[in-house]
Design a protein around this ligand. Structure first.
Ligand SMILES: N[C@@H](CCC(=O)N[C@@H](CS)C(=O)NCC(=O)O)C(=O)O
Length: 330
């Protein structure tokens, strides 16, 4: 084990700092795929590979956009085992099988961390998913989901056959200001808010964070309530945007995991947020890109069986039953 690997082994399961507060580290690989001729990372069919976990909300953003844009046959995929241990994410093996996970289709690696060290032998960050990998240059293009979804949204259009999917634009120029504004508070207070709540190791910090999550859920509830009154079904009017994708991945995990595992239990989406609940079910039940990329087993098993310091015996609660209610449930 190299000194860097040793350091990673010690720190990988330490989420909160000494002050009891969780601070997410910025992603390190930040290159961009482009459709412009001559680009280092040119948008080409079959050149790029996505490494994901179905459990991870950030990786699932990429899975949803890959599906919405019809890129499944253009960008290949490997899916890790839901269990994350002291060395990070791993792929299933013959004696460690996992339904819906895959081997590493590119190198046959056992762990995601091997990709990080292949890309940079001195890497000293966390071994996170998603990873957007370049099969030609054998390196990581980008490991920041907010940027990966932008590339998938705009740079592969010339390779997409389906006219509807080719035209779909989740970040149209005229809505960018509104989308950016939504993204900024949704990210800090809801997407990352549940992690700051769940990983807090001091009572006072936990209480501040959990109250804050619910304050911003109220804000999202109000927006969707007004939109539904006008006959609109998305966060921004009648148009599906990346803001919906980015909020959805947290909301779909909320009742099954965050309520109990991250102690976000001041309310539940299904009981206390009727408009968010309706919006979430509409996306899930009427759009296959949302339903087919949601894997409740991976989601529930990952959090409850990987975070030993939160749930030492790794017992996965059975409820809520069902994980998501039907569309016509009143
Ligand atoms: N900012 C990154 C965050 C990705 C991230 O934190 N992924 C988690 C899974 S939900 C992970 O891989 N964590 C492993 C670790 O922190 O060691 C993104 O949005 O892509």
């Amino acid at each position: 084990m190299t000194p860097v690997e040793k350091k990673q082994k010690i720190e990988i399961q330490k989420f909160a700092g000494e002050d009891g507060q969780y601070k997410r580290r910025a992603s390190v690989f930040r290159d961009f795929i482009s459709s412009k001729p001559g680009s280092q990372f040119l948008a080409e069919a079959n050149r790029y590979h996505l490494y994901v976990s179905y459990a991870c909300p950030w990786a699932t953003r990429c899975l949803i956009v890959r599906s919405l844009k019809g890129l499944s046959s253009i960008i290949s995929l490997s899916v890790v085992h839901w269990h994350m241990d002291s060395e990070g994410w791993r792929f299933p093996s013959d004696d460690d099988k996992c339904k819906d996970a895959t081997i590493d289709h590119i190198y046959g690696f056992k762990r995601i961390k091997q990709l990080y060290f292949k890309a940079n032998e001195n890497y000293d960050g966390r071994f996170t998913v998603p990873v957007l990998w370049d099969k030609k240059l054998h390196t990581i293009v980008n490991n920041e989901s907010s940027e990966i979804i932008r590339m998938l949204n705009s740079e592969f259009n010339h390779l997409i056959d389906d006219e509807h999917k080719k035209k779909l634009n989740l970040y149209p120029t005229e809505l960018q200001k509104q989308i950016d504004e939504l993204n900024s508070w949704v990210y800090d207070n809801i997407n990352n808010g549940v992690y700051k709540t769940g990983f807090a190791t001091k009572q006072e910090i936990y209480e501040n964070e959990v109250l804050n999550v619910f304050k911003y859920l109220d804000k999202a509830e109000l927006i969707l309530k007004e939109n539904f009154t006008k006959g609109e079904t998305y966060l921004i009017g009648n148009q599906l945007t990346e803001a919906d994708v980015r909020l959805f991945v947290t909301i779909i995990r909320f009742d099954p995991v965050y309520v109990q595992h991250f102690k976000c239990n001041i309310g539940m989406i299904r009981h206390d947020f009727p408009n968010i609940h309706k919006w979430m079910r509409l996306l899930f039940w009427t759009n296959a890109s949302f339903k087919e990329t949601t894997n409740f087993d991976h989601i529930k098993f990952h959090y409850t069986k990987s975070h030993k310091y939160i749930n030492p015996h790794g017992i996965t609660p059975l409820g809520p039953i069902p994980n998501i209610l039907p569309l016509d449930h009143s």
